[in-house]
Design a protein around this ligand. Structure first.
Ligand SMILES: NC(=O)c1ccc[n+]([C@@H]2O[C@H](COP(=O)([O-])OP(=O)(O)OC[C@H]3O[C@@H](n4cnc5c(N)ncnc54)[C@H](O)[C@@H]3O)[C@@H](O)[C@H]2O)c1
Length: 453
């Protein structure tokens, strides 16, 4: 069945099922924008990267600290509505021996005042999810590059608005998927590019991280705004950490792209049980109804036929995992714990996992990690990936090079959340995934194995 007929079928199927899904389905297919692509966008090299921050809680405060140790960076201003967090972040800049950045606070839209400054090049946004899209759009509208925490946006419409704005303003908008800068993920990308696994067939990605304890954060910090999402949406609430690396292995948006997905959720039991165990009967955490299935499993099909399983589970008691599995015609790498199995020289060496990674690191460590890995590990942040991501962003901006992740990646990886929800509302029917690149994926070059000088 040709693609257009299948889309119409999908839409008409949804039309019989409810008006809300029709509009979501429609907005996922259609974009009228006549703007210029930002695929491979290069912007004039910056001598110094002058940064403004919005949101310096658990996550943003780490970005501020790392940026104090990156050459060619100036921290100009910081905005946060929570004064103690704002003060702490400013103090961390001063104690690193740098000038105190200008503070912005006092209202939910105080960030707009910061954005009206003319001495900021990029804005790093680490606020609760609902702010990501409006803040990223406002940042670009004010002539600055936007760097946004994960996920980039919450709805299909927001994803398109961000893409449209990036194209109209010709500004960078990168979702800061730090996991793409982990040593293992970089090594696997390098292995994939060298053909170690043969032709890629299938990937597995996940965010499996027990976070019930965050329900105890009631008025501030991550759990205060993240917990209510478990009462608002059933689906994959946080798809990008596992999906980002697998997408880069598979050249998503650069030679292949996501075509459609189908999604299922398990029963939602764990958070209600945790609330009953940990809070008094009348407590707000016991008043809430948690609808998000404890384990969500989505399957993505790419235009070139590859498959990706994406899971989300922040509720059940089990060890952390992002799966990080990539299977090709010649073998497989899997993470958590790292292991590899290959058919080598026709031998059936693939029946046993090889858990000893050191020889593989010696041979396949990514040049970026070879260049900056020890510095990244010294500065820390999820084993160095956070520092390396920030360092690489600054490097690209100072050299006028395209970023490793663009607005199309951020939109494609983030849109899995609302689309997983839409699919499972309709007995897991398949849902088309928008082509945010508007066709540019077919000719785009795969992300290279970058070698910084
Ligand atoms: N990439 C990663 O590994 C990673 C890890 C943790 C969190 N995150 C992401 O980082 C983001 C922030 O998470 P967090 O854990 O730091 O949350 P947090 O609640 O600790 O911090 C959010 C901060 O934003 C501030 N804020 C809220 N609304 C604001 C507004 N209108 N203007 C200015 N400031 C505002 C809050 O006061 C708070 O200080 C989330 O999107 C989350 O998904 C990513």
């Amino acid at each position: 069945m040709d693609k257009r007929r299948r889309q119409l079928l999908t839409l008409s199927t949804f039309a019989t099922l409810g008006a809300a899904s029709v509009s979501l389905g429609c907005s996922s297919m259609i974009s009228n924008s006549q703007t210029k692509s930002v695929m491979g966008l290069k912007t004039p090299a910056l001598d110094t990267v002058r940064i403004g921050f919005i949101g310096v809680g658990q996550r943003g405060s780490g970005h501020v600290k790392h940026c104090c140790h990156i050459e060619g960076v100036e921290i100009v201003a910081i905005c946060d509505t929570h004064l103690p967090s704002l003060k702490k972040a400013i103090d961390s800049v001063v104690s690193a021996g740098l000038n105190a950045p200008q503070a912005y606070s006092g209202a939910e839209d105080a960030y707009l005042e910061m954005l009206s400054r003319h001495d900021i090049d990029i804005v790093i946004i680490s606020t609760p999810w609902r702010w990501h899209a409006p803040m990223a759009i406002a940042t670009m509208e004010h002539g600055k590059h936007a760097f946004v925490e994960v996920p980039l946006a919450l709805t299909v419409a927001e994803c398109w608005q961000i893409v449209d704005t990036a194209e109209r303003t010709q500004k960078h908008c990168m979702m800061m998927e730090n996991v793409n800068y982990g040593r293992d993920e970089l090594m696997v990308l390098n292995m994939v590019r060298q053909g170690l696994f043969g032709e890629l067939l299938h990937g597995e990605a996940a965010y499996i991280h027990e976070l019930r304890w965050q329900m105890k954060e009631l008025t501030e910090s991550t759990g205060s705004w993240r917990t209510p999402w478990h009462s608002k949406r059933n689906g994959n609430l946080y798809p990008t950490h596992g999906l980002g690396p697998v997408s880069q292995y598979m050249n998503i948006n650069r030679g292949d792209r996501f075509d459609y997905l189908t999604s299922m959720s398990s029963p939602a039991l764990g958070r209600q049980m945790y609330a009953a165990r940990e809070f008094p009967k009348e407590h707000m955490r016991n008043q809430a109804r948690y609808i998000n299935g404890d384990i969500n499993t989505s399957l993505i099909k790419t235009i070139k036929g590859k498959t990706i399983m994406v899971q989300h589970d922040t509720t059940t008691p089990r060890p952390y995992s992002r799966h990080n599995l990539i299977q090709g015609t010649n073998g497989v790498f899997a993470g958590f714990p790292n292991r590899i199995a290959l058919e080598q020289g026709g031998r059936e060496s693939f029946h046993q996992w090889d858990y000893d990674m050191q020889p593989w690191y010696d041979k396949f460590d990514h040049p970026l990690w070879q260049h900056m890995g020890s510095e990244a590990e010294r500065n820390g942040g999820h084993g160095g990936m956070d520092f390396l991501m920030l360092w690489r962003m600054v490097y690209c901006l100072r050299h006028g090079e395209p970023l490793d992740q663009d607005v199309y990646d951020g939109a494609s990886w983030s849109v899995i959340s609302p689309l997983s929800s839409l699919s499972l509302e309709h007995r897991s029917q398949s849902v088309d995934i928008p082509d945010f690149t508007r066709g540019a994926w077919a000719k785009a070059e795969p992300l290279g194995i970058v070698k910084p000088s």
